[in-house]
Design a protein around this ligand. Sequence first.
Ligand code: NAD
Length: 284
Amino acid sequence: MNVLDGRKVANDLLDNLKNEVATLQSQSISPKLVVILVGNNPASLSYIKQKRKACEKTGILWEQINYEESVTNEELIEKIHELNKRNDIHGILVQLPLPDHIFAPDVIKAIDPKKDVDGFTAYNIGKMFLSTDFEDLPPCTPAGIIKMLDYYDIDVAGMDATIVGASNIVGKPLSTMLLNRGATPTTCHIRTKDLKAHTAQADLVCVAVGKRNLITADMVKENVILVDVGCNKDENGKLCGDADFKNIAKKARYITPVPGGVGPMTVACLMENTVKAAKKLHSS
Ligand code: NAD
């Protein structure tokens, strides 16, 4: 069994990006990310802190815009339009979730796809269906998973891959990215009739649901590669994933831990997307 060390892979990626940012700065291009935060959801504050730290580490400039919970759709969209026009900004991120009275798809839609470093706009998601050549600004979590598999020379071509969870930001784009690389993906969700039937035959299982111990050792085959995206708290309040790490690790070929697996890769890919966006905006 091998643990896929997301912290190490992410740190390597951030080191490379730091050099790239320094080169860009020497050409008077200073990659900059703007994060919009509505309210003060503790999970959002913690994610923002990690993103800010990664910016500091790479030299990417950071700007944070805070709004009260009472902000309206229109105010957010107006601000995004203003940020779209600013030449000093290369990445715009709206921290999710947004309060219930805000219609998040409309807010996301307002972001210029060229500055959509989260990779959530329909334009960036849609392009990914064409092929790997069109994955310019992919959603950061699936991109981080692919990068981690690549780092460990895990070639998914020909693999049966079961993705558990079909969200627009993880499960669905991950299925597409695996398909683009020659895997045979099956995407499971809350309405899937027999989850175990799908996980038990898979060479690669990726789980992104948010339910502790959803995937147990009897649900996966010997030598499985297991990628755990889930973020949950255990009975002691410690962060844990969706899979029973301890028991699956005994039979897995590779497994990602939580924490220290997919999470740091997501943040590192956000930095990579910001640098990519800066380069592209300046070259056009
Ligand atoms: P979501 O909450 O939007 O959707 C959950 C998905 O799981 C849905 O498709 C639903 O149908 C499916 N599902 C629910 N119960 C199920 C069950 N019993 N069997 C099979 N499928 C089931 O998902 P999300 O936003 O992708 O988040 C999923 C998890 O991943 C959460 O714990 C979230 O915190 C975590 N997450 C982590 C990162 C990271 O960087 N580590 C990034 C994004 C999300």
